[in-house]
Design a binder for this molecule. Structure first.
Ligand code: PMP
Length: 361
């Protein structure tokens, strides 16, 4: 038997086992070509069918109409931090951002290279433990930018901010893509590194509303223009074939298992189990995020001492519960409960945490 553990790493992260098994089974001979998917030319009809299926499944799962163009790009979400302003900033208009943690801060830094940036709300004063309320963007903003889920701090938008009519809302959905049913058409641009809720590292999903493509200036490098990739079906240059292929398999699996509505139900159940364990621990486990901002995907908590935290991570390993050490900005522990994490995995984790508390409180 191959060893498998419960993998709570924040990304690259766990993927559904049936997806990995399918990839293994067809690894040497892709669609009867006698070629592995990692050897295949992206100009073959077999590869084209993967691109088409993956793109159609994104439309279907996210309920995005055809006016949204789906791109499969490289360079990670971090590349979109500068591609967003490079493509849709407007001379003389501010780019408005909400700062809810490291990834928002990084996006803000890049946007400043392109013009005037206004941070309209921030939760920095309380170590990014909450999502600001009553966020207001101005009517003359070029666009409004938010980070949907803050992977490091464990906070997530429960309500999406409203934007003035002609201001497109741009969202970094790297760590909460398809985690629950939302109206994705409220966004002008959605981008997400694949390596949490979609597939392996190496591809970034971008969905851009067609009307925004008109803004893209001529005088930026070819690879930086979203239009280049729209016109060439994300194959202006060689695409990240393996990462797109696995993403396609994981989208098929999502569809077979009930799509985003079924995923939301499972995600809420998993998160409730773990947050209840934290809340019912008489203060032994202390959640970092405020209750009204808690993430379904990344659960962050601390313990009475760093020594106990280290011990907890170590003991968890012995129970095949892996990747629980928190990010240094928050300390403590972080359990990432992405779509592919099973309910059984979270049950094992909560059972372990309860026993650990009983032993050490
Ligand atoms: N945004 C968020 C919310 C993230 O969690 C991450 C990575 N952890 C990034 C952006 C950066 O992504 P990448 O490594 O793909 O550039």
């Amino acid at each position: 038997m191959t060893k498998r553990v419960y993998n709570f790493y924040p990304g690259p992260a766990t993927l559904p086992l049936p997806v990995l098994e399918k990839a293994r089974d067809e690894f040497l001979d892709f669609m009867g070509t006698g070629i592995s998917v990692v050897e295949i030319s992206h100009r073959t009809k077999e590869w084209q069918s993967v691109m088409d299926d993956a793109t159609n499944l994104v439309h279907e799962m996210m309920k995005l109409p055809t006016e949204y163009k789906i791109l499969w790009l490289m360079g990670g979400a971090s590349t979109q931090f500068y591609m967003v302003p490079a493509n849709i900033s407007v001379k003389g208009k501010p780019m408005e951002y909400v700062d809810t943690g490291t990834w928002s801060t990084n996006a803000i830094k890049e946007a400043k290279l392109y013009g005037d940036v206004k941070v309209v709300a921030s939760s920095k004063e309380d170590n990014f433990s909450f999502i600001p309320k009553d966020i207001r963007f101005s009517e003359d903003a070029a666009y409004a930018h938010i980070t949907g889920n803050n992977t490091i701090y464990g906070t997530e938008y429960h309500e999406w901010p409203k934007v003035p009519e002609d201001v497109p809302l741009v969202v970094d959905m790297s760590s909460n893509l398809m985690d629950r049913v939302i109206d994705n058409t409220q966004f002008g641009v959605i981008y997400a590194g694949a390596q949490k809720n979609l597939g392996p590292a190496g591809v970034t999903l971008v969905a851009v509303r067609e009307d925004l493509l008109k803004r893209i200036p001529e005088n930026i490098p070819t690879m930086m223009k979203w239009t280049t990739h729209v016109q060439k079906g994300s194959m202006f240059n060689t695409p990240s074939v393996f990462a797109i292929y696995i993403s396609k398999l994981s989208l098929e699996y999502l569809k077979e298992t009930g799509g985003v509505p079924a995923m939301e139900k499972k995600n809420r159940e998993k998160a409730k189990l773990l947050y209840d364990t934290i809340d019912n621990s008489n203060g032994f486990y202390k959640g970092h995020a405020r209750k009204d901002s808690r993430s379904l995907m990344n659960v962050t908590f601390t313990m009475p001492s760093p020594e106990l935290e280290d011990k907890c991570v170590e003991e968890a390993l012995k129970r095949n519960l892996v990747g629980l050490k928190g990010h240094r900005s928050v300390g403590g522990m972080r359990a990432s409960l992405y779509n592919a994490m099973s309910l059984d995995g979270v049950k094992e984790l909560t059972k372990f945490l309860t026993e650990f508390r009983e032993e050490h409180q």
